[in-house]
Design a protein around this ligand. Structure first.
Ligand SMILES: [Zn+2]
Length: 360
């Protein structure tokens, strides 16, 4: 049973204590509101929410019952009482809505904390194919006792050409399509200048490789690019012979391309080596039968090499009568392309992830 509505004013001023029947509508609404608020604290499940809704807000709920009793209220008080009841209903509804929302959120946060879910894998990066190739080649030479040196990418004419036995009017110099910065400064066209810098700084024996970027003023095509990478190598000591050169480079080729390969050295020409050679290996893609990559020859050219020209030694004050040495140069992109049968050098620089991710 609910308290009947009584109204503030004359009766409240009477001397006796108010009974429950005599509570004002204000007090009833206030006590109902307090009750509703307290009940909201327990709305921690869908069932509790539904029980709350049925108890207070359904058509037969307690607030509806209070509305029923509105007709017992004197007519002149009815509008205010009705307004107060409406407010009670609105507040109760918004408390219920708040509880439902909170329930949804905590359900969501329970989902986020579900430790049984599999973890999210973070994509892992990997080295670019060019870096991988440099690393692999460097590693093989390191194991053969070579240290790794570096030099500037902006070189002077002296280091890039002059000291390497390219005289000013040498036709080989025209063969190098060079990016000149000033008359005397240029983007190095090969990593070979580092050998000059090394021999200036250190006395023999010297055994080092020098990987790095090089630049040529060429039209970009499937076969050539304006910027690519080389590894040059140098070994200088007393009594170094072509046999040492062959031993080192054949060992490298077998370690890098496979121990069953066949190889050959063809005479060639470089201004800074004499004699000079190019090294070929049997095509491992077609087993030397002839394919697109080896251009049907069964052979792949993998590097250039030779004995250090006496003129190069003289330019760095090393006595060619006392010392001898060999030098070699490997094109990194070419090596990577041969190794992985890539037919367009541009693929190595476009950073298309569909390409890069194939060399993970
Ligand atoms: Zn082939």
């Amino acid at each position: 049973m609910y308290a009947r509505f009584f109204f503030s004013g004359s009766r409240r001023k009477q001397a006796h204590e108010p009974s429950i029947e005599e509570l004002t509508v204000k007090e009833i609404i206030a006590s109902m509101l307090a009750e509703v608020r307290e009940a909201t604290d327990d709305l921690n499940s869908e069932e509790a929410v539904e029980r709350f809704r049925l108890a207070y807000l359904s058509r037969k709920g307690r607030i509806a019952q209070l509305f029923e009793q509105l007709k017992t209220v004197p007519a002149d008080e009815r509008p205010l009482t009705g307004k107060a009841l409406n407010e009670l209903r609105q507040i109760t509804q918004s408390l219920l809505d708040g509880a439902v929302e909170k329930l949804k959120q905590s359900a969501g946060s329970r989902d986020r904390l579900d430790l049984s879910l599999p973890g999210r894998t973070q994509p892992r990066g990997h080295m670019h194919i060019v870096s991988q190739t440099i690393e692999e080649i460097s590693d093989i030479f390191r194991r053969m006792g070579f240290s790794v040196a570096d030099g500037p990418e902006i070189e002077t004419d002296h280091y890039n050409f002059e000291a390497l036995n390219f005289p000013a009017d040498h036709p080989a110099r025209d063969m190098q399509d060079t990016f000149f910065i000033t008359e005397d400064h240029l983007l190095r066209t090969h990593t070979t200048p580092v050998q000059v810098r090394l021999m200036e700084r250190f006395r023999p024996p010297i055994r080092a490789i020098f990987p790095g970027k090089v630049y040529r003023n060429e039209v970009i095509s499937a076969r050539s690019h304006v910027q690519f990478h080389q590894i040059d190598g140098l070994f200088v000591d007393q009594g170094v012979t072509f046999a040492d050169l062959k031993g080192t480079l054949v060992t490298f080729a077998k370690m890098y391309y496979g121990s069953s390969l066949r190889y050959r050295f063809r005479p060639s020409f470089f201004p800074f080596t004499e004699p000079s050679a190019e090294m070929d290996i049997s095509c491992y893609l077609c087993n030397a039968k002839g394919c697109r990559v080896c251009k049907q020859t069964g052979w792949l050219e993998i590097l250039g090499c030779g004995m250090v020209d006496p003129n190069v030694f003289r330019s760095v004050d090393v006595d060619p009568e006392e010392h001898s040495g060999y030098a070699f140069g490997i094109g990194i992109e070419r090596t990577a392309m041969l190794r992985h049968a890539i037919d367009d050098i541009r693929l190595l620089f476009e950073n298309d992830l569909r390409v890069n991710h194939q060399f993970n």
